[in-house]
Design a protein around this ligand. Structure first.
Ligand code: 5GP
Ligand code: MG
Length: 185
């Protein structure tokens, strides 16, 4: 292991899911999606930046006709808990009317992000169908409870980083998911 990698990993208190476990589960979700959408064309809406790594790995294992759209949203503003307001940094993608849409995010926490984006997608884009996939779902009471059809893992209510998830812009490129140590925050 290089010193740089060891340095980053030493910022973690514990590893929650290692890379192999994540990849195995992502492949299972991909298989579910392929089965559910067989014979259909999909429009994927990926929430940036957190879902970046999940969506790329997932879609590599989904051999269906897929168009990929991204929407940038912000709710944490660099901290370790939601600000309670969701900022959509751009408009919803065009051309989703009557389409089969799959919304993808990294993690379901307070529920505000996904509920807000789902509301927007339904009213502004009028897709034929809308389903949602998340890699992680925190077990906690939520402010909104958006409908989510595909869930990778349920986790305790802890702030995690890695595999797309950041703390102040860092740690997204960790292949595993872990909990940051107090000293790294
Ligand atoms: P929600 O709106 O459900 O509270 O939060 C959703 C967004 O907050 C996610 O898309 C993700 O970007 C961010 N988020 C929520 N929990 C965590 C976490 O434990 N770690 C990181 N890095 N981001 C999180
Ligand atoms: Mg996010």
């Amino acid at each position: 292991m290089s010193e740089a990698v060891a340095g980053v990993l030493s910022s973690l208190d514990k590893i929650v899911f290692d890379s192999e476990t994540i990849q195995r589960r992502v492949a299972e979700i991909a298989a579910e999606i392929v089965r559910d959408y067989e014979g259909q064309e999909l429009d994927v809406v990926a929430l940036m930046d957190g879902a970046l790594f999940f969506v790329v790995d997932l879609l590599r294992s989904v051999p269906l006709p897929v168009r990929v759209h991204t929407v940038s949203v912000r709710s944490y503003h660099g901290g370790t808990s939601s600000t309670g307001t969701v900022q959509l940094l751009q408009r919803m993608p065009a051309g989703l009317e009557g389409r089969t849409v799959l919304l993808i995010d990294d993690i379901l926490d307070t529920g505000l992000t996904l509920a807000t984006v789902q509301d927007q997608l339904i009213t502004a884009c009028q897709p034929a169908t809308l389903r949602t996939a998340v890699l992680l779902r925190k077990q906690r009471p939520r402010e909104r409870e958006p409908q989510v059809e595909y869930v990778g893992f349920d986790i305790p209510d802890e702030f995690v980083v890695g595999y797309g998830m950041d703390y102040q812009g860092h740690y997204r490129n960790l292949p595993c998911i872990g909990v940051l140590s107090e000293s790294a925050i």
